[in-house]
Write a protein that binds this ligand. Sequence first.
Ligand code: ADP
Ligand code: TRP
Length: 331
Amino acid sequence: MEIVLSGIRPTGNLHLGNYFGAIKNFVKMQEENQCFFFIADYHSLTTHPKPGDLHGNVKQVLAEYLATGLDPEKATLYVQSDLPEIAELYLILNMNAYMGELERVTTFKEKARKQPENVNAGLLTYPSLMAADILIHKAHKVPVGKDQEQHLEMTRTFARRFNRMYQEDFFPIPQAYNFGADLVKVPGLDGSGKMGKSEGEGNAIFLVDDPSVIRKKVMRAVSDAGPSEPNQQKPEPIENLFSLLKIVSAPEVVGFFDQQYNQCAIRYGDLKKQLAEDVIAFTDPIRKRILEIAADEAYISKVARLGAEKARESAAKTVKEVREIIGFRPF
Ligand code: ADP
Ligand code: TRP
């Protein structure tokens, strides 16, 4: 049986990018595999060192996970900081992680540029903490979006290095995973780049957004003056709108607007209206479940406690074996 693992930082509400990049694949996998899904609250300190309401955010994200269909009976859902074993494996992996390779990671360079006043060691060693998350349960598959590819590559490097250094075939080499083969990148509404909670206002559609908010955001999405000749290549903002349409709408709908575009007859207002309604049809049942689950604090606490217990069992086993392999001995 394969071990599948994924995680998300509790720095904001879940958006369509999180869902279609990571969670959707995970929800499918939980049926047949041993699955772990966790909230990366240690990781969130790399960018949010003084989180306003860390516990509240964690609870909210947990409610959102549950609302998307993650089943605590099938998968193990837990909070990263409930597993001190992760911190120990992180420390050990850091001993064999090199400055040069960490400094070359794209997300590190980006974050260092975005927060020059706080280029902390946690930011630099983000990939070794992520590797610890994955290797602690000896995961084989990691459903994530395209932006996490490089972090996964680092995890493989650290796993291979550990196996080689201590001459044990210990850690499996984990793969980024998506059913459709290619990793997914959901674009944002601002005309460039990916949907993300830390991009600009109005870029992301959150699963908890009200229908009226979604309509407003989609109608304001960046477009252009329209094509001037038939079958013209679509510029990025338009390509992005079509990508979103492909994710939530029926193929006939995509085909219709594609044809309109190619004949220079497209009306972006119509496309956006359709896109907004199709997004709402998808998000609204989830939004209602989020509200229900978030109101049930006792249930959320129960899920987190049960998850921590199950996850710690697996984590403690790995750390014990790692200690033995390296040569730490109890007196
Ligand atoms: P954000 O980018 O909003 O801060 P995270 O970095 O916490 O979100 O990402 C959590 C998960 O969601 C990761 O697996 C990531 O690959 C996926 N993800 C986030 N944004 C997108 C996107 N726009 N397209 C595809 N996957 C995404
Ligand atoms: N780095 C991931 C992100 O920003 C979150 C994450 C932390 C993660 N540890 C992980 C994802 C382990 C998958 C597996 O999206």
